[in-house]
Ligand binder design. Sequence first.
Ligand SMILES: Cc1cc2nc3c(=O)[nH]c(=O)nc-3n(C[C@H](O)[C@H](O)[C@H](O)COP(=O)(O)OP(=O)(O)OC[C@H]3O[C@@H](n4cnc5c(N)ncnc54)[C@H](O)[C@@H]3O)c2cc1C
Length: 477
Amino acid sequence: MRAGTVVVIGGGLAGISAAVELAEAGLPVCLVESRPWLGGATCSFARRGLTVDNGQHVFLRSWTSYRGLLDKLGVADRVDMQDRLDLTVLAPGNHARIRRSGLPTPLHLTRSLARYQLLSPAERLMVLPALAGLWRTDPVGSGDEIRLGEWLARHGQGEHARRTFWDLVALPTLNTRPDRTNLGLARGVLAGLVLAGRDSADIGVPAVPLCDLHSAPAVALLNRLGVHLRLGTKALAIRANPAGGGYEVSVLGTALLCHEGQLPFDRAEPELMTAAGVVLAIPAWEAAALAPRELAGPAARWARLAPSPLVSIHVIYGRPVTGLPFAAAVDSPVRWIIDKSRAAGLDRGQYLAAAVPAADRYVDSPVASIRAEFIPALARLLPGAAGAAVEDFFVTKERRATFRQVPGSTALRPAQATSQPRLAVAGAWTSTGLPDTMEGAVRSGKLAATAVIDALASGDRPGRSAPQPEPAAAAWS
Ligand SMILES: Cc1cc2nc3c(=O)[nH]c(=O)nc-3n(C[C@H](O)[C@H](O)[C@H](O)COP(=O)(O)OP(=O)(O)OC[C@H]3O[C@@H](n4cnc5c(N)ncnc54)[C@H](O)[C@@H]3O)c2cc1C
C-alpha cells in the first residue's frame, strides 16, 4: 500500500462517497469492505431470473448530495425522477392524491392538503397550523427529548389524523413508530419535504436494480480514481500507530473463502495495513466495537443507538394489478408500494414490492403468516389485486435497517471529525441533521473525508484537530 494512504472502512454509500472525495483530493485511498460488493444497505440479489433489491429505496429532489453521487457514478439516467410531486395515498377502500402546484413554497402544497380526503374538513383545518408549529420547534434541544406522538396530541392532532396523515410523513422516512419518533428529526423531514423549495419533495425511484445503480458503477468509478479496492475484506481492529502517527488497521481477506454466504474468517491470517488516516464508515454498533481504544468513551455512546428493522414484502402477480408506479399507504400494515417489474426484469404479470417500516412485529414472523396477512392487505388497498394469482411471494428482512430515531438519539450521533487526529466516522447514523437515509450517508462520507483531508493538510497542527482524546478503556486485541 502506498505511503500516506487513507483507509476507508465500509463500502456503503457513506464509504463510497468518502473514498471518492479523498481520491478526488489527490490522496491515495484504500477501501476495505467485508462483503464481496459495494453498496452496503442498498443491495440486490438474483431470484428466479429476476434481480431483486433488498428493499425499496426512494429519494427526493432536494437530496443534492445523493444526487451528486449519482452524477459522479454516471447513473443519473438510471432513476425516474418526478417532474412534480404527485403521490397517491392509498387507504382501504379510499385514496387521496398529494400534488404540488406551481405556487411558491409552502403554498405549493396547501391546495392538496386542503383537499386531502383521508382527513375530515375539520382535521384538515388543524393540520396546517400544526405543520407550522412543528417547523418552529427546536430540532436538537427539546426536539431531541420529545416524541412526535406526544407533541401531536398536544397540538390537537387526534388518533385518526395521526394515522392517516402524520404516519404518512413520519413512518417511512424515520423507520420508527410515530408515537416514539424523535420530534426534531420529524421536523427535519418536514423541512426537507416541504420547506426546502417548491420542488424539494419531488420523488425519485431507481429504474434499475440497486446493484446497477450503486455497486457496479461505484467499483468502476473508484477503479478509475485509482482507489485500491479490498472487497471481501473485514477490518478487525484499528489502533493508533505508535511509530510516526497514523493508524494500523488489522484486516482479514475473506473473498476467496466466501461459500454459500458463510465467511469462515478463522481460516485466513489477519494482515496489518498502515494508514495515514482512517474513515470508519460502518454501522454504529460495528463502529463502536472497532473504534480504537482512545475513542472508547464516544464509542460507548454510538453503541447506544438502537437498530430498527424494516421488512419488505415481494409479490409477483400473474397479471398487472395497478397502473401506479408507486404509492404510499395509510391505515394498513403496508406503508409504501413500488412497481418493480421493469427494474427487476419481469416481462409478464406485475412485481410489487411493499415496505413495512418499524417492522418489530414482523421481523421474526414466518413467511406463511406474513403472506396470510399481507396478500389481503394489498387487495384492500389495490382492488385490482383482489383475486389475482400470486406466482411468487417472498420476504426480505433487514433487522438493522436504520437506527431507531427516538428521543435522545440526536445527542448520541457524533460529528464526523473525532478527537483522534485523521480518524473520522461516517455513516447515515452520524450527525448530519437528516434521518438515516441515503442522503445522510453520502453527506456524512463527504464530511468525514473533508475532516481527514483538512487534518492531513494542516499536519494536525494544534488547534486544527478536535479536542483531547477520550480516556482509554478498551484494550487492543
Ligand atoms: C430495506 C431498506 C430500505 C431503505 N429504504 C430507504 C429509502 O427508501 N430511502 C433512503 O434514503 N434510505 C433508505 N434506507 C436507508 C439507507 O439504505 C441507509 O441509510 C444507507 O444506505 C446507509 O449507508 P451507510 O454507508 O451509512 O451504511 P451501510 O450501507 O450499512 O454500509 C456499511 C458497510 O460497512 C460494511 N462493514 C461493516 N463492518 C465492516 C468491517 N468490520 N470491515 C469492513 N466492512 C464492514 C458493511 O458490509 C456495509 O457494506 C433503507 C435501508 C434499508 C435496509
